[in-house]
Design a protein around this ligand. Structure first.
Ligand SMILES: Nc1ncnc2c1ncn2[C@@H]1O[C@H](COP(=O)(O)OP(=O)(O)O)[C@@H](O)[C@H]1O
Ligand SMILES: [Mg+2]
Length: 172
């Protein structure tokens, strides 16, 4: 099976994807490394521009793929991690993100951008709220959803009440 772990930057993808892979005895791969390997990544200043169309045909068996573009790959299941946008803001602030990048990502989490993209790309989408949970808790929740054969589980978060807490991060 191929599992994609996606979500807004800072949500916990890398932490959860590595732990999930080790629990399942699967390989771990990042979209970044996969894209570089297949020649679907181009340096654009400090950033890497990834050709998402080239990702659409890359199948990797028994692999957990980590990245905010992983839902563009033909995974059997797409796990969309969510976190309170305030938590995202704090994590990205700590990572030294520019205020523009920070605002962009807080807004993306607030309005479900990655979830919507995942639903456009995949039949089997499982959303998991990480807020207030440990990575171990989150991985257990994912494993349980996989075990039970859950085809789709979305709509587990609603950040509308959080808006006032994060409005100061948003782009003017
Ligand atoms: N429930 C959780 N799931 C995932 N990460 C968590 C969780 N709680 C706290 N964290 C912490 O949040 C950070 C997430 O960073 P990372 O996994 O690199 O996110 P991403 O890959 O989505 O940018 C890590 O420092 C991790 O230890
Ligand atoms: Mg990461």
């Amino acid at each position: 099976m191929m599992i994609a772990v996606t979500g807004t930057p800072g949500v916990g993808k890398t932490t959860v994807a590595k732990l999930l892979a080790s629990k399942l005895g699967y390989k771990y791969g990042s979209v970044r490394d996969i894209a570089l390997r297949i020649g679907a990544a181009e340096k654009a200043g400090d950033e890497l521009e990834i050709d998402v169309e080239a990702l659409r045909s890359v199948r990797l068996e028994d692999t957990v793929v980590d990245g905010h573009l992983s839902h563009h790959m033909p995974a059997d299941v797409v796990v969309v991690l969510r976190a309170n946008p305030k938590v995202i803001a704090e994590r990205l602030e700590e990572r030294g993100y520019s205020s523009e990048k920070l605002g962009e990502n807080v807004e993306a989490e607030l309005v479900d951008v990655v979830l919507m993209e995942a639903l456009e790309n995949s039949e089997r989408v499982i959303e998991v709220d990480t807020t207030g949970k440990t990575p171990e808790d989150v991985v257990e929740e994912i494993l349980e959803l996989l075990r039970s054969g859950t085809r789709r589980r979305v709509g587990v978060v609603d950040w509308s009440e959080v808006f006032d807490d994060v409005v100061r991060y948003l782009r003017k």
